[in-house]
Design a protein around this ligand. Structure first.
Ligand SMILES: [Zn+2]
Length: 100
């Protein structure tokens, strides 16, 4: 779970999850010290690359096995899993980092 870089309190899964999907772009407010926290560029890179990997896998499976709805739905099933584990990989930074 992420640790606030300002007050060093650990955020819970629920706190991280809620903030990740409501206020990522302009920073996330820490529930303890109310300071703005930002995702590190590493986490932001990962969270933009993973959807591309999923889409590529769907395309490749269509190419090799023909349009397969089973595989498509299996991958769709992975998406909630991805959101479920996402808060475990979140890292926080005091200031906004350049993405690349
Ligand atoms: Zn804090």
């Amino acid at each position: 779970m992420p640790v606030c870089q300002n007050c060093h309190n650990k955020w819970s899964w629920k706190q991280t999850f809620k903030r990740s999907f409501t206020s990522t772009l302009d920073g996330m407010t820490c529930p303890y010290c109310e300071e703005k926290q930002y995702l590190t560029s590493r986490v932001r890179k990962g969270s933009t690359i993973i959807p591309f990997i999923i889409i590529t896998l769907i395309m490749l499976s269509n190419l090799f096995f023909g349009p397969s709805f089973v595989f498509f739905f299996a991958l769709l099933g992975l998406i909630p899993l991805f959101f479920g584990i996402y808060p475990f990989f979140v890292e926080l930074s005091n200031k906004e980092e350049a993405l690349w």
